[in-house]
Design a protein around this ligand. Sequence first.
Ligand code: MCN
Ligand code: FES
Ligand code: FES
Length: 908
Amino acid sequence: MIKKYLIVNGIEKMVVADPETSLATVLRKNLLLTGTKVGCGKGECGTCTVILDGKVVRSCITRLKRVPDYAQITTVEGIGGVNNLHPIQLAWAAVGAAQCGFCTPGFIVSTKALLDENINPTREEVRAWFQKNRNLCRCTGYKPLVDAAMLAAKLMRGEVTKEDIWYKLPEGASLLGSDAVRPTAIRKVTGTWDFGADLGLRLPYDMLHMKLVQAKVSHANILSIDTAEAEKMPGVYRVLTYKDVPGTNRINGLAFPSNKGDGLERPILCDKKIFQFGDAIAMVLADTPEHAEAAVEKVKVEIEQLPEYMSAPAAMAEDAMEIHPGTPNIYFECGTIKGEDTKPLMDTLEYVVEDDSYVGRQPHLPLEPDVGFAYINEDGKLIVHSKSIGLHLHAAMVADGIGVKLDDLKIVQNPTGGTFGYKFSPTMEGLLGVAALVTKKVVYLEFNMFQQITYTGKRSPFFMHLKLGADKNGKFQALETDWSCDHGPYCEFGDLVTTRGSQFMGAGYGIANIRGAGRTVATNHAWGSAFRGYGSPQSLFASEVLVDKLAKKMGVDPLELRYKNVYREGDKTPTGCDPDVICLPGLIEKIMPKYKAAKATAAEKNAKGGNMKYGVGTSLLIYGCGLDGPDTSHAWAELTATGVTIGNSWQDHGQGADMGTLTIAHETLKPIKITPEQIKLIMNDMEFTPDSGPSGGSRSNVLTGNATRVACENLLAAMKKADGTYMTYDEMVAAGKELKYPGSWTAPCTAPDPATGQGNPFPTYMYGVLLSEVEVDTTTGKVKVEKLTIAADIGTIVNKLLCDGQIYGGLVQGIGLALSEDFEDLKKHTTLTGCGIPQIKDVPDDIEIIYQETARPNGPYGASGNGEMPLSAPHASIINAIYDATGAQITHLPARPEKVLAAIQALK
Ligand code: MCN
Ligand code: FES
Ligand code: FES
């Protein structure tokens, strides 16, 4: 142990700790300064950034023994607090730079050090600083962070004031479409928005720390599990295996009726088999994380190794064994039957192109690893806190497995540092629930980044083959599709994501005749979970890249070809229904001048010769809002002495559920002249908030927005007097009137028939047209995205900062999907960098958004959703730009330099 005196945020502090302890741990655990977050714990992400004697350091890799006595340390808490925000914090909130907020304290501290050195930096200098100091962000696409740093510098130089930059609602005005700052922003920029690991430090001192015994192979029979030695290790309270689980030990995957499996194949703790790397085999519960970790090593698991089927083609091979005995590896099939038979039709068409394509196991890479805790409350209810973005859904999926009545299980969402969809699946809820139920103690579990990456769901790879035919006028007449979805070993939502092939291959075009066949395949690679876009990034990639191939064959411009074919009145979507609105021609018209200018610039640069080639690509971006069919959401509104309280379970990944709820409630309650400050939000706690459905499928703005609107309308109706004015709170109480009103909304939709893919799945869609400009180094294959321009139609904008933020962040994840991100190699793809997360240097600073607001008949105040559209097909546009630059078309992602180089060389 060593004793150190540190000057932390100007105050002298004494600490005693192991010399090897990281400074991050000292700050967080000894000094309870939880504004400093730990993401990777390995020096890769910058969430733990602090200033040490004037220098930016990553505190997770700074050992206490290396910190000099009386070192001056500045954490986010020392920069400013909720009541005295520093200009950097003000700027960060004002421009919407804090989405989930997990990276925010690290960036703010880093910016403080930069501006201490240089109060007038250029944007390039800011970018270089964040790159040098390894500050990563997964939500914002970085541009808003540079905007915030530049604005902070201006504030500090006295060129603008707080009043200039902080949105203020004019009296009586609408919040809709404004730049109002989300309510949670202030806590995020001050580091006081407590994520799961921060809350973990506020739990009872005698809680149990859980660590998992996890599978080290991808497919095996379990012969025995011996916990005897582990149970005797210091500090160990219990070691639990499947035998201790009070319930069925199965997570309910909610399989479709036509799924050949029963949906109950995923264990909470493995019993007979290991299905994938990282599967949980036993839980060690101990007084400290270190004791639990040490005991994990002592659990002996005897296995019989089985062949590992690491991709759909491998699991579909004739001689492959059934991964779940009794259920075929191809466990779900679906298709598209729209219009005439395409086979004879293709032969009559002037232009036909076809190709294979592949979009892989994109890792989500949130900066906050999975974390949660559970306990039994005073009423005997099992309370589970996690990053769940589907509280009621997850309770229904895990209650039987844990062995608790559904009514006695309440899940609560902790402030969440991004999920991008992996938390559409339950992860640790079952484990925490079992441990708390069995021990009756508070139990706490946090994953490190290795566990987060290797053992949470991933995007489901699609292996696709598409054939597209156009007549002599260039009108698309027929599409044939075939796709296999590798969903890993667990079926949950695998059937649903496979049906997205029917819905989004060829989406955006009024193709009258489509035939397709898709299938879901069980494999031993990472289980498939939702990922932003959910099936559309796979499907649209295949069709949008094929459109450019067709354009080349026809000798026409690809954007003109798109313009000719996009939905017009009378056209039907691939599912055979009317598009919600016709807006794509308008979007292309907005992009066209930018596109022509970009083409001219690229031609000019190419004319100079050299190894660098420049290209321009486009793609349509489309996704639907909602869970297929008559999806429903619930909310409530209650009149109080001080205003109105709104309750819903609009789970927040970081997208801005608080601001969405506030804006829609405020808009609806305008007749009673309420201010935003008088609206209180109670969100995401099953003890208090109703089932609003999961925050997936970009459904919440439409579904929960509408339910919130209806709840507020119901309240207003009860308050309304005969003369058209409204009763006050006192009058309502005096009249004995109910103060709390529920509101529900159901999408007027029908789920498609899986066999034909025909139906009307979504109440609204989101549309975009993206223009990408790239530079390709033909000697190395390295691609640089120089500029992105998007024309987006997401209906009425609810909050402009939220919408801009969603679009920047989604597009940049698309750069990752196109060029670098992967989770395939279990040895290599285990860190943020190894998985190819885009850093600021990989992302253009030049990203332009052009909005077109076509009101949606089904959306609240005409709004559609936004979350997933920007990641539905940006990668197709980037790949099309590489094609334009070099003539090499990469159809299997990611287009890493070596692949691009090989494709360019193959052309020669
Ligand atoms: N919005 C708006 N105006 C519109 C449409 C949407 O202001 N016309 C706002 C909404 O109020 C909401 C946000 O945009 O705050 C996204 O709305 P919506 O599309 O309805 O999506 P959800 O609220 O259901 O959020 C889920 C969606 C999905 S499915 C994933 S995955 C996702 C995402 O949003 N993961 C995210 N965005 C994310 N953003 C962050 N920072 N982190 C994630 O993990
Ligand atoms: Fe320290 Fe990632 S760099 S937590
Ligand atoms: Fe940067 Fe979420 S806001 S990681």
